[in-house]
Write a protein that binds this ligand. Structure first.
Ligand SMILES: [Zn+2]
Length: 711
């Protein structure tokens, strides 16, 4: 080689880069900061203090700047941050900001990063922010280096240090959380009003402005699709497993190399340094069958137990566990689901409190659906795949007579048979959407307009429990189908596709929320929808919904409302949008997707009191909308339909998709012109009966592939 790079220099550069990233992106936790600094201390304490301070300073300035700029430039970000909250924070900061900032900078383990964002959002003067952060970072890093030197003297090995550190940080986290939540509880008590929040005109204005800004709308559609990749269990399993493997075989060994003067070298790293191609390739090849099996087969509901048995079998026959990757899986899985998804994502999208993780972790532990939040299904799948990978790196199978071939095959065959078995057993309870083509055809138009109000994710039993005078009125004065069921899998886009084509997923082709084809430009249901039939008959059908329904019905039909909106306001904004469509286009058929009930279920669980309250709030919104319709004289010859696309499971994060009881049954009420009064029908019917029923009322043919009946 012509020249050689000093390994210490490379390490220093890498650690510097990591520190900048840690400060700029809040998702890397306190633990990593501590860990990296202690590792570098092993190289040189003085150098660590210098680059630690500068790294943290640059990162803090970055995160401060982008929060500052984003909250200034993008109005809807300012809206999520909620003006009132910011004003309260500014007041609080004016009183006690400086000492708070100094404390969180100087004392290790105190939440440093959130302060960057608070300062950015509240426009804390940077002339104070910069020197305090510089000074604070210096003190903080110096303390950690001092602690690090003591730890290094103890000559403990990496793993126990990591575990101890993790426990310490959790304990401190709990204490800080207690204190913070007390302060927050006090604040919210002072400001909470019992009224449902009215929609300030600025909210509607800004939602309209979002619709005008085409670029932002596109951005949200793509963001929704990207999020779905992490949200759907199957794609998440693949992405997350690969992520953990990369972390385990590249990043962690590198960090260990940095501390190699002191820590024992990681054997996986030695293997990789020796650049043993065959090992790497054979390990990858041998885990591919497991990746495929775990992607193909769901282990729904109680069949998840198979996966835990399989994990037990793996541990038994291979007698192997890679502690580092196990810890990585646990940390990153719960970090992603509980903090990133349950707290941060919901905070910015729907305005949930940032401390929502305090109950979200319980929901994730018992969650039974097909998303990445199903920990009992995801964790054993990921554990088996990653462990097998690192095992095979250490003990490669080099030829087909290898001793390891037999246990490997046993595990694989067991996995396939368990997958098959759980599918066979499970699909006995899954209904198939079969039936003859809709036969009843009516040529006489019976009604002028139909408004279908879909309360997304509304559980039938919870709706009955809730105090809902408006819906009760419609039920008593109209016709109720008390045994209406959704379709499998009960995911929003699948359900809507069935509702408006009258067909099952086999025909309309939409099998999950993740409409993969939408990435490649081919969109939509494959069969005729009620909207097509209406158009052929010179009538208009429109839908007000959130972004992902565009993938099923196209932009011409679906008027989207930004789902990035405080949950208290969103349904109001949706109704306002519906009203403006009625005023501008006056469509014969209008579908209104209300989403705050579904979102409340996903944030707090559908057994929570918040969920019940949200249904009651939705009832009030519906009442306001009906009043508006009456005022505009749109009710006389019209029909109102109240229904849900699917319910939610009793346990977990408002789960749906695995045919749990709570998600199968949905409410269905018809009221208005030509609809019989005070009738309750107990016969089992399906949401796909909606399309032919709408056709019948309009006096037009049902969609071509409709197999529903006319209700
Ligand atoms: Zn839904």
């Amino acid at each position: 080689m012509a020249f050689e790079l000093d390994p210490t220099l490379i390490s220093v550069i890498i650690v510097f880069g990591i520190l900048v990233l840690i400060e700029a992106i809040p998702i890397v936790a306190l633990a990593l900061e501590f860990f990296v600094i202690v590792l570098l201390t092993a190289v040189s304490p003085l150098l660590t203090i210098v680059i630690g301070t500068v790294g943290i300073l640059i990162g803090s300035m970055l995160s401060y700047s982008y929060t500052y700029l984003l909250s200034e430039k993008v109005p809807w970000i300012r809206k999520f941050l909620q003006k009132k909250k910011i004003e309260r924070m500014i007041q609080f900061f004016n009183k006690r900001g400086d000492p708070l900032l100094i404390a969180t900078r100087c004392i290790p383990f105190l939440p440093f990063r959130p302060m960057n964002f608070v300062c950015g959002a509240t426009k804390y003067p940077w002339k104070k922010y910069f020197p305090i952060t510089l000074f604070g970072a210096f003190v903080r890093v110096s303390i950690i280096v001092a602690i690090g030197q003591e730890i290094l003297k103890l000559k403990v090995s990496l793993l126990p240090l990591f575990i101890v550190l993790f426990i310490v940080i959790i304990i401190i986290g709990i204490i800080v959380d207690r204190v913070l939540s007390k302060v927050i509880a006090k604040e919210t008590l002072e400001s909470k009003s019992q009224e449902i929040p009215s929609i300030p005109t600025s909210a509607t204005d800004s939602c309209e402005s979002i619709e005008k800004t085409h670029g932002l709308k596109r951005l949200e559609i793509y963001a929704a699709r990207m999020w779905n990749l992490l949200n759907e269990g199957k794609s998440f399993f693949l992405i997350f497993s690969v992520f953990i493997i990369l972390l385990r075989v590249i990043i962690i060994p590198f960090l260990i190399l940095v501390g190699a003067n002191f820590f024992p070298m990681d054997d996986l790293f030695i293997l990789l340094i020796n650049y043993n191609n065959t090992r790497l390739i054979s390990s990858v090849l041998f885990i591919i069958p497991f990746l495929v099996v775990f992607i193909i087969f769901d282990f729904p509901l109680r069949y998840r137990v198979f996966l835990w048995v399989l994990l037990g079998v793996f541990l038994l026959i291979f007698q192997y566990i890679d502690l580092i990757s196990s810890i990585l899986i646990l940390i990153f899985y719960f970090f992603f689901t509980v903090f990133l998804w349950g707290s941060i994502y919901y905070h910015f999208r729907v305005g949930t409190s940032l401390t929502n993780f305090r109950r979200f972790w319980k929901l994730v532990l018992e969650n039974p659906d097909s998303t990445s939040g199903n920990s009992l299904e995801q964790l054993p799948k990921i554990f088996i795949t990653v462990s097998l990978f690192t095992f095979l790196l250490r003990n490669p199978i080099t030829n087909l007579t290898d001793n390891l071939i037999l246990p490997y095959l046993i595990l694989l065959i067991l996995a396939v048979s368990m997958g098959l078995l759980s599918h066979l057993l499970y699909f006995r309870i899954i209904p198939r959407e079969t039936g003859v083509h809709t036969t009843i055809i009516n040529n006489e138009r019976l009604v002028d307009r139909i408004y279908v109000i879909v309360i997304d994710g509304c559980r039938k039993d919870r709706l009955e429990e809730a105090d809902t005078p408006t819906i009760d009125y419609l039920r008593n004065e109209g016709t109720e189908y008390s045994n209406m069921r959704t379709v499998y899998p009960a995911r929003t886009v699948v359900c809507f596709s069935s509702m408006f084509t009258g067909a099952g997923k086999e025909k309309h082709g939409v099998t999950s929320n993740l409409v993969l084809k939408s990435f490649f430009g081919k969109k939509g249901v494959k069969v005729e929808s009620i909207f097509d039939v209406l158009e052929k008959n010179d009538m208009k059908g429109r839908m007000v919904a959130i972004a992902h329904l565009i993938d099923a019905f196209g932009e011409k039909i679906v008027q989207t409302v930004s789902a990035v909106c405080p949950n208290d306001l969103i349904d109001g904004v949706i109704f306002k949008t519906a009203e403006s469509i009625i005023e501008k286009e006056d469509p014969e058929l209008l579908i209104i997707q209300l989403i705050s009930t579904d979102q409340t279920g996903h944030v707090f669980g559908s057994s929570s009191t918040e969920y019940l309250q949200k249904i009651e709030e939705t009832d009030k919104r519906i009442s306001e909308f009906l009043d508006w319709l009456k005022e505009k004289d749109k009710v006389k010859n019209s029909v109102i339909i109240i229904m849900a696309d699917h319910g939610q499971s009793h346990r977990g994060i408002g789960a749906h998709g695995h045919w749990d009881k709570g998600e199968r049954e949905v409410p269905f009420i018809m009221w208005g012109h030509t609809i019989k009064k005070g009738v309750k029908i107990d016969k089992e019917v399906r949401i796909l009966d909606l399309a032919p029923t709408l056709s019948y009322l309009f006096g037009i043919p049902p969609p071509k592939e409709s197999i529903g009946i006319v209700l």
